[in-house]
Design a protein around this ligand. Structure first.
Ligand code: PEP
Length: 248
């Protein structure tokens, strides 16, 4: 019912040349895959190259960030219209690195999600607790707040994919246990049901945090996991292809 989704988040990695080399190696490894979705989120400067490379493939072009205004005097920012113009289909919003290093609040994230929906862009909305929050038993309070504020005023969730990314698991090599993932994803789905009683079962919930070819099989075999958001391991075409083809 929910198509599995495997998304590469390259963060601030790869020059245009390196991105081209990745696509040369990765695209042939995805030939014939049509029962799942694959997304790649390169840096803004690689979007055009990626768009050309992915043109005749099923791979979705994703962006790592966006600003909520359509245009104007916002030096250094990129608008949803500009992403749409490059055939971007999904935008990652609310990543913990944006929250931490660029001080993005739940309110800013909410505005960005709304701006994307207005331009018919899909959103990968990231949420997750820090280690301090988990250790003080605040995980569910944090997830609840992030969901409530992030999705405030959004009547139709059809363009939204959730990504549960415990901050302590991102880039650390420490992957959340199957039980931790299952509990968090069940909680997220229960919260979504409060907002969208008829549609919540159709919303995909991805897991992110030190996903690798070694742990993907057990992660994908966890209840309510509809795919993964992958940082480090997505930089290598062979590793990312192994993640996408996790059953083999
Ligand atoms: C991420 O960037 O969203 C992420 C989960 O990174 P990593 O896979 O490297 O932990």
């Amino acid at each position: 019912m929910r198509t599995k989704f495997f998304v590469a988040n390259w963060k601030m990695h790869k020059t245009v040349k390196e991105a081209s080399l990745f696509f040369q190696d990765f695209i042939p490894l995805t030939k014939g895959i049509n029962d799942r979705e694959i997304g790649i989120a390169p840096t803004f400067v690689c979007l055009e190259t990626a768009e050309k490379a992915l043109k005749n493939t099923n791979i979705k072009l994703c962006a790592q960030n966006v600003f909520y205004e359509k245009k104007g005097a916002y030096t250094g920012e990129i608008s949803p219209i500009m992403l749409k113009d490059l055939n971007v289909e999904y935008v990652i919003i609310g990543h913990s690195e944006r929250r931490k290093y660029f001080y993005e609040t739940d309110e800013v994230i909410n505005r960005k999600i709304k701006a994307c929906i207005d331009e018919n862009l899909n959103v990968i909305f990231c949420i997750g607790e820090t280690i301090e929050e988990r250790q003080s038993n605040k995980t569910f309070d944090i997830l609840k707040r992030q969901i409530e504020k992030g999705l405030e005023g959004i009547a139709n969730p059809e363009a939204i994919v959730l990504a549960y990314e415990p901050v302590w698991a991102i880039g650390t090599g420490i992957v959340a246990s199957q039980a931790q993932i299952e509990q968090a994803h069940a909680f997220i789905r229960s919260q979504l049901k409060k907002f969208y009683p008829d549609k919540a079962d159709r919303i995909r919930i991805l897991y992110g945090g030190s996903v690798s070819p070694e742990n993907i099989y057990s992660i994908m075999n966890t209840e309510n996991v509809d795919g993964v958001l992958v940082g480090g391991a997505s930089l290598d075409p062979v590793k990312f292809a192994k993640i996408v083809n996790y059953e083999k």
